[in-house]
Design a protein around this ligand. Sequence first.
Ligand code: PLP
Length: 401
Amino acid sequence: MSEKISLADRLSKIKPSPTLAVNARAKALRAEGADVLNFSVGEPDFGTPEAACEAGKKAIDDGFTRYTPVPGIPELRERIVELYEKEHGWTYSPEQVQVSCGGKHGLYNMAQAMFNPGDEVLILAPYWVSYPAIVILAGAEPVFAPLSEDRNFDLDPEVLKKHASQKTRGIIVNSPSNPTGAVLSQEALEAVAEMAREHGWVVISDDIYDTICFSGERPPHILDVAPDLKDQVLILNGVSKSYAMTGWRIGYSLGPAHVIAAMNKIQSQSTSNPSSVAQMAALAAIESGRGFADMMTDAFRERLDYLLGEFASMEGVECVRPSGAFYVFPNLSAYYGRKAGDRVIDGSVAMSEYLLEEALLATVPGAAFGSDAYVRFSFATSMDVLREGMARLRKALAALG
Ligand SMILES: *Cc1c(COP(=O)(O)O)cnc(C)c1O
């Protein structure tokens, strides 16, 4: 078939989100009747809190269904400001907050507002799948600084220095991390702060999992270790994970007023504003406090303990204990090179395909996150599914010759 419309060159530089793609494939198989267990999902398995749902319905009934201010409704931005004041003691004004169509879109706005062609942006690998694509779409270049399992996926200051260059404009940190669940240590953040201070970097802190921490304490934050860098830090957060509101598409960013203003300019010419109804729901969610996230965290912790116990008893499976979020990232590379019939498991993509086709387990290959030794399992799923899934995994791995 000849295609009459040619596509923009920048499309050749990015791929569709692999996590959403696996999820779609799992759902398609399931629709065909296959008993697929889905460990690929990147969203809580809990329903949105009642208070948020009610507020969304009320917004519709009240006719709160028109355009809102570009950066989001003032009440929501004020509540976000209060949240940060209360939880962290950091002072922002509502002009320093943008509400966007999901956290992913907030990051997109940031990148469009700050980066130029030729700029390099440091990304710690394994990384969230959208970081490189969003940086590339802004014309800048992602540079990957590897994190090692030996350090529990914490950043080695020497590795950071090695990947910095004259062109480095900034760095994205994500703690707790998707896909590893690791949090960055105080020492690692101090190293980031030192480089940012010295070279004028911007630090984007993706805090989307900050309410899901198994120790019960918040992990160290770049602004805790370096309050003097407030003019160089952009915070990314949202209600998707903390309030199980992925479909409502509400994220938010906090940072220097001129950067937020630039992001608002972009938002005004692209999406105008996030959904009015979803903003009212997000407002109610945030006003409902931390209880919901704490309840989910307790459930996630129990599932995590179960999974780690299972992995520990499977030969050749190494898994660092996550500190937060709802993913485990076991190293399955001991099985690479082995075979199932004619199929050679030559890496994480082949491993994930094997697990999907032979064991009906949907996972995301580590290659999607820039680390081929691993496969990501989400535990945003019930204990029953986890038990059945681990039985299938054990059998599938044992069948590899
Ligand atoms: C889920 C997620 C986000 C934001 O998701 P939205 O649904 O767009 O709010 C941001 N960063 C990471 C690492 C995530 O996993």
